[in-house]
Unconditional design. Structure first.
Ligand SMILES: Cc1cc2nc3c(=O)[nH]c(=O)nc-3n(C[C@H](O)[C@H](O)[C@H](O)COP(=O)(O)O)c2cc1C
Length: 167
């Protein structure tokens, strides 16, 4: 049985939900899939492949995603890894390929990730917090595209399956 881990760093829950959509898709493609908060994963050695995602805050990749990449670097070096970020509060992520922020790009290089994808984010219009409420007033809303996320997850599944077939 091929096992896949989808780990996420999320502050307000929307990246966790994207990880859940990816997990559902991978399960639907026949993989045994765990979806977990990146801060709570102790060991990745049981998995054949790992998808790691983080929310974007002030141009930074969520710290739990960064730490996961550092903490598990050695174990991940022998595993297929995919990365994603979620953030833009507009339609830009649907319209163009948004490159990773520098921290995610570094993690991608360090882990030899197969691919990085940026997905749109969500910020509730009634978000609390000084900065968040100001941003929410201007661009609050849900800019995630579940179909785009699931389509990417199906691509990941194809590559995981191809890897397995190669042994
Ligand atoms: C204070 C603040 C700063 C943010 N900075 C960025 C940013 O630099 N780039 C970006 O694409 N999105 C940014 N966002 C949008 C978030 O990434 C988006 O709301 C995301 O979906 C949050 O994920 P989470 O719900 O998993 O925490 C910011 C949001 C807030 C509230």
């Amino acid at each position: 049985m091929t096992r896949v881990l989808v780990a996420y760093g999320s502050k307000r829950g929307s990246t966790a939900e994207i990880a859940g959509w990816i997990g559902d898709t991978l399960r639907g493609q026949g993989f045994e899939t765990d979806v977990a908060d990146a801060a709570e994963v102790r060991d990745v050695t049981a998995y054949d492949a790992v998808v790691l995602g983080g929310a974007l805050y002030a141009g930074r990749w969520h710290k739990d995603a960064r730490r996961f990449a550092r903490r598990h670097a050695a174990a991940l070096s022998g595993r297929a890894v995919w990365l994603f970020s979620s953030g833009p509060l507009d339609r830009s992520a649907q319209e163009t390929e948004i490159p990773p922020v520098s921290q995610a790009a570094r993690a991608s290089a360090a882990l030899g990730a197969r691919e990085h994808r940026t997905f749109g984010g969500r910020l509730a219009r009634d978000a609390t917090g000084f900065l968040a409420s100001a941003i929410a007033e201007r661009t609050g809303g849900d800019y995630r595209d579940p179909d785009r996320v699931r389509a990417w997850a199906r691509q990941v599944a194809e590559q995981v399956a191809a890897n397995r077939a190669q042994g």
